[in-house]
Write a protein that binds this ligand. Structure first.
Ligand SMILES: *Cc1c(COP(=O)(O)O)cnc(C)c1O
Length: 367
């Protein structure tokens, strides 16, 4: 049996360090807004190459807080539009709608799976205030041109970096430092996962960072004084202590993912299966290894019969979900094709090269 993501094994590799970090946090007697969180914020900001990092409860909150802070700062107001790729996890879209803002779904390019830069400008209206790019599957979804389009139209560029910790541009700038602000998720299954929920915002904008910090603490920066109606979205000290350990090992973990991905790319030769387009090696941290197949469900069953667990990211696109029934009749053919054909093969820092060979043989034997 080849498990899709054996989290127990992922944690076990660093269990000595993690146990020590957790016990120290437990014994400290200080569980929120303490030294572990501020140390993590400093270390993660340094790693990303961003001036500020604000820890929060999860990745959805991180994205929601960015947009909400812009609204409190008078930069956006209800009904304003945010461009976002139509092929993303629902959280990217929820962060927009749950602020009373309007997501404008942009088709991706089939080849790159990224938001189609060639159609972004045609979708800008006087109400467009931001572009949210999503580094989906761990792939860099950014270019100088994208920043230039945002600059030209006065749009904030927000990165959804939930899936791409450690991903870099050709000249070594990390995702999470490329736009005006970025939301990060440390959900256990992400490349850098906590032992529960956690998230963060990185930004060079000090005013934005302060506003987010206040909003995430009930709207208060001074005890019992509330300039904003905020929420409670804090990262636990225990999670911060774990993430400080995980951050030290992130690059080596990503290196294993890359090694496995290269094995898959070199080994999979089945003409019925399309491999993801390759990016420069530093620009993909392989959160997922997506392949595409017209008979995707049959391929999944074929692999399951060989004891190989796979997942679909994602089976139903946001615009076909019941929660967004107002969009159910929209046609987004590229997005729908991706959702109909995508299958994620097992990839993680704990998959053995031998298991990768088993996966390759099974994929190649699909007829
Ligand atoms: C996981 C994820 C999120 C949300 O993160 P949580 O920590 O689970 O709230 C947002 N966007 C994308 C693309 C994700 O994969």
């Amino acid at each position: 049996m080849i498990e899709f993501l054996p989290l127990k094994k992922v944690t076990e590799r660093y269990s000595d360090e993690i146990h020590r970090a957790v016990l120290d946090a437990v014994d400290s007697g200080w569980y929120l807004l303490g030294n572990e969180v501020s140390a993590f914020e400093r270390e993660y900001a340094d790693y990303i190459g961003s001036r500020n990092c604000v820890a929060c409860a999860n990745g959805l909150d991180a994205l929601w807080l960015i947009l909400h802070a812009y609204m409190e700062m008078g930069i956006m107001e209800p009904g304003d539009e945010v461009l976002v790729p139509a092929n993303t996890y629902i959280a990217s879209i929820l962060a927009i709608t749950e602020n009373g803002l309007k997501p404008v779904l942009v088709e991706p390019k089939w080849e790159t799976l990224e938001i189609d830069e060639d159609i972004i400008e045609s979708m800008v209206t006087p109400r467009t205030k931001a572009l949210m790019t999503v580094h989906l599957y761990g792939r860099l979804s950014w270019s100088g041109n994208m920043s230039e389009i945002c600059r030209r139209h006065g749009l904030k560029l927000i990165e959804d970096n939930a899936q791409a910790h450690g991903c870099e541009t050709l000249n070594g700038r990390k995702t999470g430092s490329l736009g005006d602000a970025a939301g990060h998720s440390f959900y256990p299954g992400k490349n850098m996962g906590a032992l529960g929920d956690a998230g963060a915002v990185t930004t060079d904008d000090g005013i934005l960072a302060d506003t987010i910090r206040t909003l995430a603490n009930y709207g208060s920066s001074q005890k019992y004084v509330f300039p904003y109606r905020g929420r409670n979205s804090r990262m636990d000290e225990i999670q911060a202590a774990v993430l400080r350990v995980k951050l030290r090992h992130l690059d080596e973990d990503n290196a294993v993912r890359k090694r496995i991905a290269l094995r898959y790319i070199g080994g999979i030769t089945n003409p019925l299966v399309t491999l993801p387009q390759q990016l420069p090696v530093q620009s993909n941290v392989w959160h997922q290894f997506p392949v595409f197949c017209e008979r995707r469900d049959e391929l999944q069953k074929h692999l399951q019969a060989d004891g190989i667990q796979t997942l679909i990211h994602y089976p139903i696109p946001p615009h076909k979900q019941q929660c967004y029934c107002e969009w159910n009749d929209i046609n987004l053919p590229v997005t729908e094709r991706i959702h109909a054909q995508e299958l994620s093969l097992p990839i993680s820092p704990v998959i053995a090269d031998q298991d990768a060979e088993t996966v390759i043989k099974a994929v190649n034997s699909f007829r």
